[in-house]
Design a protein around this ligand. Structure first.
Ligand code: ZN
Length: 460
């Protein structure tokens, strides 16, 4: 029987290396894999010669902005960036309006995605209403997400109601999440320390983008380290599956290493801005708030990179956080009034492949951290995150040699700009397939609204 789609002569990336193969797809799944040149004919043939096949990227942390902030982004514009950037599963964060804190609100949000998403999706709801957690878990979510941040001087992106930083409340919530057996994502932060640090800056009259960048990095990252120390101790007390967001200090990497060596249920992500944006003060001088996310001093970024190469930092997720220019512009004078965060969904694969081309990272470990590792941590493996017979045919074909200079004109996000403009990357997606359908071909997004499906965890 002939396959629906045959990808011929592609270099496919596996955990243990890269091999030339033909990949056959029937319906939504990979039906067979053959030595190059050995596959039978298919109804549709894709010439993979000179291209490299990777599993579709799984982005566990992306700010899709809908509902509530669709002037920045919406489910369709994020989907187009995913298709163009090789992302086949993108998971939204809860700082939308209304935030998903109940099963009823979550249902409405999932219905929006069902009708309009271009790519496979899920939502990480906020676990602040403990009685709602079992019901939300039944909706097939992959994880819960909590911010320890409560914004000062602005009500976004860390709006009141989904921030939680008191230890007693965290302890109770950890136990409630543990009862669902789902992972808990936490944005680590120490609000009390941050209040003290901010007041020192403000008392000196320092409020510009530089002050904002330095405040979060004060005392070699003390707000991050103290928060993570508390979170890890609460994890030990409750045995919740803790997933730390925004890894960005060397001490956090060492704490993670120790916790993992002890066999604890702990994992962590790093974001593109930690390696390619906020790690260089020159970017912050040049771009101001447009480069913030956070400033990560080079010695921290190097330690996190080393931890990433070793798998101590398990995954890369984008923390894609688009804002309009007019929401960033006030940050030159007052960093605290600019919305914080940077967009990256469309370009992080190319940034990663550029590091692979430069020999900083193996292709296998880059692919692991963006596909298989998140699939395993969040219950999607082996349906997603791998090129294997029976898995969803979520496959991206990349040209690892092709060079491209990123420009604002490339940007498919509603925000209309990227902090990576002007950068030459080496390695770009050429085709993106989601469940056997081409959703991106050579610069053109062909994904359909409503094609995306909720990527739910596999039950044992
Ligand atoms: Zn985020």
């Amino acid at each position: 029987m002939s396959a629906d789609v045959v990808i011929r002569g592609v270099r496919a990336v596996f955990e243990d290396g890269v091999r030339p193969l033909d990949i056959c797809i029937e319906g939504p799944r990979i039906s067979s894999i053959h030595a190059a040149g050995q596959a039978p004919g298919g109804a549709r043939e894709i010439g993979g010669h000179g291209l490299t096949a990777l599993p579709g990227l799984i982005d566990m942390h992306s700010h899709h902005r809908e509902p509530g902030f669709t002037h920045k982004e919406d489910i369709v514009t994020i989907g187009a960036q995913c298709a163009a950037g090789g992302v086949t599963v993108s998971v939204g964060m809860p700082n939308v309006s209304p935030p998903p804190t109940t099963a009823a609100i979550l249902d409405e949000m999932l219905a929006l995605y069902r009708s309009r998403s271009l790519v496979d999706y899920n939502v990480n709801p906020s676990p602040v209403q403990l009685a709602e957690l079992p019901k939300m878990a039944e909706r097939g979510v992959l994880a819960f997400k909590i911010f320890m941040v409560v914004d000062t001087g602005r009500s976004y992106p860390h709006m009141p109601g989904i921030g939680l930083h008191e230890h007693g409340k965290l302890y109770t919530m950890f136990k409630a999440v543990k009862a669902t057996e789902l992972p808990l994502m936490v944005h680590p932060h120490d609000q009390s320390l941050m209040d003290a640090i901010e007041h020192e800056f403000w008392a000196r009259g320092e409020r510009d983008f530089r002050a904002y960048a330095r405040a979060y990095a004060t005392d070699d990252g003390v707000i991050w380290d103290t928060a993570v120390a508390v979170l890890l101790r609460l994890q030990e007390a409750t045995d919740v599956r803790l997933h730390l967001l925004h890894t960005q200090t060397w001490r956090v990497v060492e704490m993670l290493r120790t916790a993992k060596a002890a066999g604890r249920a702990v994992s962590a992500e790093v974001n593109p801005w930690c390696f390619w944006l906020g790690n260089d003060w020159a970017n912050i001088e040049r771009l101001g708030s447009y480069a913030l996310s956070y400033y990560v001093a080079p010695h921290h970024a190097a330690a996190v990179y080393e931890g990433f190469r070793q798998g101590v930092v398990d995954i890369m997720a984008t923390d894609h956080a688009p804002h309009l220019r007019e929401e960033k512009e006030p940050g030159w004078a007052d960093g605290w009034t600019a919305d914080t965060g940077t967009p990256s969904e469309q370009f992080y694969l190319s940034l990663l492949l550029t590091d692979v081309a430069a020999g900083k990272l193996t292709l296998e470990s880059g692919v692991e951290a963006t596909t298989r590792a998140p699939a395993k941590l969040f219950g999607l493996y082996p349906r997603k995150g791998t090129i294997a017979v029976g898995s969803d045919a979520d496959i991206i074909l990349v040209d690892t040699e092709r060079r491209h200079v990123i420009t604002d004109a490339d940007v498919l996000s509603r925000c209309g700009w990227t902090p990576y403009a002007g950068r030459e990357v080496r390695g770009v997606p050429v085709y993106t397939l989601l469940r056997g359908e081409l959703i991106y071909t050579e610069g053109k997004v062909t994904a359909r609204e409503g094609f995306g499906r909720q990527a739910t965890p596999l039950r044992p």
